[in-house]
Write a protein that binds this ligand. Structure first.
Ligand code: AMP
Length: 144
């Protein structure tokens, strides 16, 4: 049995502001919201990162995210959302149980897009882009 805060929340052993659940997923409000309605969607099964999730859990988490984001858009008045995963400690993940952040967004909220994390974008090197894309296609068994 893994000692995990989000496993305990999904099991109802630790209280949360529950938003949604189904056979595979659970969603609740973030205790330190970046904006009102900031929500987290998790697989019930302990899964550190997206790569560790089964296809079924990954699909279920995305479908739950879609449903929760739509409800939040209706209820908060914020039409859009930043939807993101800090996927692993190097990316800032603090709780080692996969979770999708849904942060409701309004055009006037003053916050940047995710691109704002990285500074101004610069055009990629065309050769490097092509080589990396070919490597990924090869790794995934996708034809050129
Ligand atoms: P991350 O940095 O992506 O791992 O995000 C972890 C998130 O979990 C943070 O936004 C925290 O505010 C949130 N969090 C931590 N503990 C709780 C809790 N007991 N209930 C709800 N959200 C939590």
């Amino acid at each position: 049995m893994v000692d995990c805060l989000f496993c305990a929340i999904a099991a109802g052993e630790i209280p949360s502001c529950k938003l949604y659940q189904d056979e595979r997923t659970f969603a609740f409000l973030d205790i330190n919201p970046l904006r009102r309605g900031h929500a987290l969607v998790i697989p019930k099964l302990h899964t550190p990162k997206l790569a560790d999730a089964s296809k079924e859990d990954a699909a279920a988490v995305m479908l739950a995210t879609k449903a929760v984001a739509a409800a939040l858009a209706d209820l908060t008045g914020d039409p859009d959302a930043t939807i993101a995963i800090n996927d692993g400690p190097a990316a800032g993940q603090e709780i080692a149980h996969l979770h999708v952040h849904i942060v409701p967004r309004d055009a006037d909220d003053g916050f940047p897009p995710i691109h704002g994390l990285f500074g101004p974008p610069t055009p990629g090197d065309k050769d490097d882009l092509a080589v990396l894309a070919a490597q990924v296609r090869d790794a995934l068994g996708v034809a050129d």
